[in-house]
Write a protein that binds this ligand. Structure first.
Ligand SMILES: [Fe+2]
Length: 334
């Protein structure tokens, strides 16, 4: 991981097209701490003279803090792990629209919120994983199919209290409407092998040790298992490839804070994080796909296979998160 990131200083300083501007400080509120971000941000500071202070914390804690701080907040930018929390921050009125030609031409449409209030930096699929010793990929097709009788007692899910699941159910609502989304979620709950598991790694372990035959997991969690053991008995299946919806993706996102007084510097940092030279190594370190189509995808992810992903705008999905939560509750998803 760090070896990949170390290459960055050399690559990025040589490649950065940005003009030197007056030395300044900006502040990034982030769910990722300095231990992960310092090495990514150092080349930016070296090149521009702009220091980036990181204030890290849990998703909701940071959103509440920015709300309380109002126009006195130090935050210029906000990074979170997915569209659920970016959506909450946006609905709380914390963001302002970004305005950058580079961002417009670099970031594919689904990953830019339609009001330009937040965007995705790196993404992953939340999709089906399976045990190749008990399941043939020819038996797999859609998210909806995981509710069919053939998967009775064979499906594993993570606990309901997970923004990843909220995003996935919000995606179902977007495509099928709330009534059908609820039928699908209830059919999954009927098929569970064991009680909902505490995290994605537990589901992967559950597939490998035979407790689960199929599960709904984020792609990046599998990468370290496969790196350690190439014959690890868990495989990725990209759902909904023959549907109009395709597989659900969600990702690490960034938004500019409404009360920032450093719009130019904050825009520069967003552009830096989206440049192909930064996207490739950082996406690899996070085990995710770079949102910039010109950035190279990590080989482990290429080995998972290529796929078509859902083209719904991240802002649209985030608007259905509250509906998703009530569906999960009424479906008795624990
Ligand atoms: Fe995660």
């Amino acid at each position: 991981m760090n070896a990949v990131l170390k290459m960055m200083s050399v690559l990025v300083i040589a490649a950065m097209p940005f003009a030197q501007i007056n030395a300044k400080e900006i502040t990034l509120y982030s769910v990722y701490g300095g231990d992960r971000l310092d090495i990514i941000l150092k080349p930016f500071t070296d090149r521009t003279g702009i220091t980036v202070n990181i204030v890290s914390g849990e998703s909701i804690e940071l959103i509440n803090r920015m709300t309380e701080e109002g126009e006195n907040t130090l935050a210029d930018l906000h990074i979170d792990k997915d569209l659920v929390f970016q959506g909450i921050a946006n609905q709380a009125g914390l963001y302002r629209a970004f305005d950058s030609e580079f961002i417009e031409k670099t970031v594919p449409a689904p990953f830019k919120e339609s009001g330009r209030n937040f965007l995705t930096l790196f993404y992953r699929a939340r999709t089906i994983m399976y045990n190749p010793n008990t399941v043939s990929p020819s038996e797999l097709s859609t998210y909806e199919d995981l509710g069919s009788p053939k998967w009775k007692g064979r499906l594993c899910v993570r606990v309901a209290n997970s923004s990843y699941n909220e995003g996935l159910v919000a995606f179902l609502v977007t495509h099928y409407g709330p009534a059908k989304a609820e039928r699908i979620v209830k059919s999954w709950m009927n098929n569970l092998a064991v009680a909902p598991m505490s995290n994605d790694r537990a589901m992967i372990a559950g597939i490998a040790d035979g407790r689960c035959d199929v599960a709904l997991v984020n792609t990046y969690y599998l990468a370290p298992f496969v790196a350690q053991d190439p014959s690890f008995p868990v495989k990725v299946f990209f759902a909904n490839q023959n549907e109009t919806s395709n597989v659900h993706v969600n990702g690490v996102g960034i938004g500019m804070i409404k009360h920032t007084k450093n719009v130019a510097e904050a825009t520069l940092l967003m552009e830096y994080l989206l440049s192909a030279e930064v996207q490739a190594p950082v996406a690899a370190a996070f085990g995710q796909y770079p949102v910039n189509p010109n950035a190279q995808i990590d080989q482990t992810l290429i080995d998972f296979g290529s796929y078509k992903f859902d083209q719904t705008n991240i802002g649209t999905i985030s608007n259905f998160v509250e509906t998703a939560k009530s569906i999960m509750k009424s479906s008795n998803w624990k």
